[in-house]
Design a protein around this ligand. Sequence first.
Ligand code: GLC
Length: 631
Amino acid sequence: MIKRYILGEPIYTGAVVRDIKAESVLCEIFEFYENGFKFDIDKDDIVYGLGQAVRGLNKRGYIYQSKCSDDPVHIENKYSLYGAHNFFIIYGKKNFGVFVDTPSKVSFDMAFTSTDELKVDLEYSDYNLYIIEASTLTEIVQEFRQLIGKSYMPPKWAFGYGQSRWSYYNSDEVREVVKIHKENDIPLDMVYLDIDYMKDYKDFTINEDLFPDFENFVKEMKTEGIRLIPIIDAGVKIEKGYDVYEEGVANNYFCKKADGSDIICGVWPGEVHFPDFLNSDARKWFGNKYDFLISKGIEGFWNDMNEPAIFYTKDRLESVFDEIDKYRDMNLDIYKFFEFKDTVANLSNNEEDYKTFYHNYDGKKYRHDIVHNLYGYNMTRAAGEYFDSLDKEILMFSRSSYIGAHRYGGIWQGDNCSWWSHIELNMYMTMSLNMAGFLYTGADIGGFGDNCSPDLMLRWLEFGIFTPLMRNHSALGTRRQEVYQFDNMSDMREIIKIRYVLMDYIYNAFKKAVDNNTMYMRPLSFDYSNDIAARRIEDQILVGDSIMIAPVYKQNALGRMVYLPETMKMLKLRSVHDIEEKVLEKGYHYIDVALNEVLIFIRNGETLSLSFDEKYFSSVKDKIIEYSCEV
Ligand code: GLC
């Protein structure tokens, strides 16, 4: 049962698709005050949700903020990441879901300040509040997801393995990547093009010197079985004669300052304008621009820098230049030094700058910070609405998002690092995002920032083969991260091949989650709610209906504890042909897991079919191998 409460005069967000009649009396479990509400929670209550956020799966014990932020350091002291997903579930004495639907900043004090109190503070006090009561976790999620509409379904090929790098600088480099994967028999379906395929970082252009005859190149790659997936950035370069810039200016499609001029910010190309994705005409216009690449054979995109990320605004840059000069002849002592440093450091993503521009949202003018969390969502929507008008399936995922964007595309988990703790974060975040409707998601496998070690890459792949989006991506200046760069490449190849024999299982489980508004990946508590031990486990994951996984994510660990909430059949896979099976009873088990091994547990009464697709396993005779657990 969903109850809706309207507080003040909320701004339309587009998150929900059902019109629920509002209650006339405020919900009595909560204490409401001017800018939010609070309620008591029981000492054993678990708090799930909030989608993209740092720390564990149970969100209790910290403060999180919904404020889409370009922050590449995903560590425990961060309050916000790229997306705003204001849905959480209280699970324990009482079970209910809460969705705070508002486009501006929200702070969730999850029993941090007081150990038994959950407090939600809103920057602007107008919001829709939805309380979802149901008897099981799955039903709470299902009801919520019916409220927000069906999740995006990507094309089947988007479940393949993708290789990315910031950047592959020309078509020959891409050819080389594809060739080496082939030579080493490593399955590959996609190569991602980062910002350098564009001419001077201009959206919807190609650098013809580096990627000559792009259309034929796309064709050539397709005959190799590879789809190219280019990036699209939010900022549009300011350059006379550049069509996207000219049209945007002429039609008032860019975000404006108070004086009516188009705001000038700095991102990759230098000075840019930001399309006003909240303006439906601008959205339509920008969405149509993807045709420039679709008409060249492109079938998928990733939308980036759409929080939006702002390196600087022209106005602040000017004032900083004025300001720093005064430090020139100063003795930079403890205070002055840091003041000086901060003056420059605060240039980027400065909260104050988000208050200096405006949107034309359905004919009404809104200051950006008030509708901040809808920006990336509406960029995805721009693309998604255009793609819906085509009779082709197009892959779309974004960096920034708000609930609602899950209907138009997936998201990747942003600029993580080559750290062991980020495999763990990847696990929790995927489950939390699934709750909020973002089913097509994954992290940069191997880690985006920093240098990846061979064992980290292998362990990450062993989890990554289960995430819907499976992409290896890394940043400029880091160790090259294609699997053939590592001396344990053959182990990695075998693990990637496991993804391919699981492809049908993964695809069907994913599709079922889309169709039934359920979760593709979920914690054990969803299915074993009466089992106290199962409820406490965060690092074992149910994937679809038939299997549970227990990834190894600790450096140098050669095994781990696994709790089985029922008898299951354990498969220990070293390759698609080298699989050890063993039935294990309910209870705790320490299991050895060598560096090149993946564990899959088949639930009692279930069957897992490994299917060998012609494209990758032409020499295999048996096309389907089944493993069942019957006790
Ligand atoms: C951002 C993206 C990253 C990309 C880089 C260059 O940091 O999150 O994935 O590689 O920009 O485009």
